[in-house]
Ligand binder design. Sequence first.
Ligand SMILES: Cc1cc2nc3c(=O)[nH]c(=O)nc-3n(C[C@H](O)[C@H](O)[C@H](O)COP(=O)(O)OP(=O)(O)OC[C@H]3O[C@@H](n4cnc5c(N)ncnc54)[C@H](O)[C@@H]3O)c2cc1C
Length: 137
Amino acid sequence: MAQAGFATREQVDFVVVGSGAAGGIMAREHATAGFSVVILEQGPYLHPGDFPHDEWFYTQNEELVWGSRKGHPQTFRRHESEKAEVVDGAPLGYAHNVGGSSVHFFGNFWRLHPIDFNEASVRGTIAGTNFADWPIS
Ligand SMILES: Cc1cc2nc3c(=O)[nH]c(=O)nc-3n(C[C@H](O)[C@H](O)[C@H](O)COP(=O)(O)OP(=O)(O)OC[C@H]3O[C@@H](n4cnc5c(N)ncnc54)[C@H](O)[C@@H]3O)c2cc1C
């Protein structure tokens, strides 16, 4: 998909903060629907040479993510009324680069449940979406 450019003071329809799996999809859907969209991403644009084949580099040194060891401890809360607290041993750091965490994930793909393949037939379709059964069971 072609990438649009906008002058700093140009008004756009949507600004998406973060270019990860969620933000990237939202930006693409809106742009495809004809809206002007700007994505704000805090991190750098990484290239293939920035990804060594070295598990220690990613998991122990957290070179490509932000976590406690990088001075960005993760905080969580269960409800917006709570104060977000630091959680020791949080499982993952957060990405900070164009493409978000999807750019350097581990490649785990969770096993699908049987209903995942025919959920539209079982639960019904959703107006305005392309939610549909898979062509395989
Ligand atoms: C090392 C690692 C391995 C993983 N492996 C797997 C796997 O094997 N299988 C699997 O299913 N999942 C895996 N995950 C999880 C999966 O990648 C994430 O769940 C998914 O990418 C989250 O998508 P997201 O859009 O919510 O957030 P992210 O992909 O984290 O994107 C958020 C983006 O927002 C940006 N951002 C945040 N705040 C700001 C701000 N204030 N201003 C500008 N930009 C901002 C960040 O820089 C980042 O680019 C892994 C994650 C990591 C970190």
